[in-house]
Ligand binder design. Sequence first.
Ligand code: 5GP
Length: 207
Amino acid sequence: MIKRNGMLVVISGPSGVGKGTICKELFKRDLKDVKLSISATTRKPRIGEYEGINYYYKEEHEFDDMQKRGEFLEYAKVYGSYYGTPKKYVETNLNNGISVILEIDIQGAMQIKSNFKEAVFIFIMPPSYGELRKRIIGRATDSDDIINRRLKAALKEVKEVVKYDYVINNDKVDNVADKIICVLNAEKYRTSRCRFDFSKFKEESFD
Ligand code: 5GP
């Protein structure tokens, strides 16, 4: 009698806050009917990253062609590289009642906000600036220029939290994953996300 629509869930937060680790942790749980969107990017793969698992790695001209063909749900230039969410994957899953998580930056999140009013927006907050700096530097995969760019950007990015529906402090990965699951469950049971069919809900006939 009740069919639930798929939800579009946006997770953002400053670079180095641990969104990737959090998403990995989320999918270790028994999440029903939820998938993670894989973005396209012009950024080069880091050590330990793989095509089709972390990102679809594109040359700038390939990304540009995809954008011109309207293949992105949203896209943005972030810290000097382009990133975009492939539209088809998201639309197909949502149409089949499957929720999709987008792990994207704030510019992209705001594009989604203007096109998908019913999407859910979650901001992951670093425990402190010092902790964030440690994580970004500790990753040791980006150049000094990129590290500085990301650290500088973080000062502005955290102030954008007010545009999100939920804010979760990244104290411990499994705590964050638990809290995201609470949000997903609460959002899933909103009546506005359901389709009802009352045709079989009738008074029984005894004659
Ligand atoms: P990283 O290079 O560290 O993997 O990602 C850099 C930033 O780009 C992160 O804030 C990440 O959330 C964001 N990002 C990843 N994929 C997308 C996307 O498809 N669209 C947008 N707008 N941002 C993205």
